[in-house]
Write a protein that binds this ligand. Sequence first.
Ligand SMILES: Cc1cc2nc3c(=O)[nH]c(=O)nc-3n(C[C@H](O)[C@H](O)[C@H](O)COP(=O)(O)OP(=O)(O)OC[C@H]3O[C@@H](n4cnc5c(N)ncnc54)[C@H](O)[C@@H]3O)c2cc1C
Length: 305
Amino acid sequence: MRIPNNVFDVIVIGGNLAGSSAAISASNKGVNVVLVERNKEPFYPAHCGEAMAEVTTKMYGLDKIDFTKNRISNILLNVGSKEYLLKIKKFSIIIFDRNRVENGLLKRAEKQGVELFIGINMRDFKPPHEIVLDNKKTIKGKVIIDASGISCQVGRRIGMDTKLRKEDIGVCIQSRVKSDFTANTAKSWFHKPYAPLGYAYLFPLNEKLANIGLGVFGGIKLDQSKLLKNYIKDMTGGNYEIISTFKACVPLAPPMSRLIKDNVMIIGDAARLSNPTTGSGIRNALFSGSLAGIIAAKYIPGEIT
Ligand SMILES: Cc1cc2nc3c(=O)[nH]c(=O)nc-3n(C[C@H](O)[C@H](O)[C@H](O)COP(=O)(O)OP(=O)(O)OC[C@H]3O[C@@H](n4cnc5c(N)ncnc54)[C@H](O)[C@@H]3O)c2cc1C
């Protein structure tokens, strides 16, 4: 599949959901693709609440990957002093093992002939074609797809407006928690006391394990660790064990006005395609990645400009 002098049709920067979807759909159409991902292994546990609509799994062929999922049929919402119980009848939401999906997509890409540079960082981009890697090697691509997440590594090097205002960043903290949970019920708590101007969530993976987190607008000074601890304590009646905790950010800005510049396409969180009201971005990462791959594969043989 590889052609001489490290020249590829398509270079994808970032090997998570958006990047691997782009690599799969481009290679599926017969162009040659390399994917560069700086992490050796996906973050474990995933840096995510791991909630998505079940219908998404079918749309992107995720149902062919073997991963555990917990089906949610109730959502308990707390807004101010009011509590609402939403019963989901038709379109289920699942809490799923994202690491399995991430690995499954990368395996699928590799099987299709995508060259994987895993554990290798993109150090620089010299437009229009050259990517400088951390190991000082240089690769060239006719099309560059930026799937590097919120930092938008390629976009910012070509002068795209990648700056996010503080209030356009969702600052999140999340723990993986052991306790007793009602497996079919997810919980969300809006605003105070746990997440001022944001929301806290409890997404059970099963009866014993849940992702519990909260997200608030950037620029607000808050002790997030303390807020999360209070939320976990109250949701579990004080009977809990924290297995791990991480902090991460999600873009809440409108999408970039331009997602393509010359031979560069921006997808997923890099393009600010997460939902600004909920911070959910899995579906749009998969969708924009798949679409970018198809567009790249049409551009390479000159079918489109
Ligand atoms: C706490 C939290 C909870 C969330 N929960 C949900 C949820 O329940 N449901 C939902 O739908 N969405 C959720 N989201 C949002 C969702 O996780 C993102 O929208 C989604 O991960 C975006 O996928 P992506 O592939 O575009 O970017 P990312 O997942 O950010 O992947 C970018 C990849 O690029 C790599 N990379 C970056 N720079 C370089 C470089 N220089 N060289 C090589 N590789 C590089 C990174 O290592 C990373 O693997 C949550 C987000 C957060 C922060």
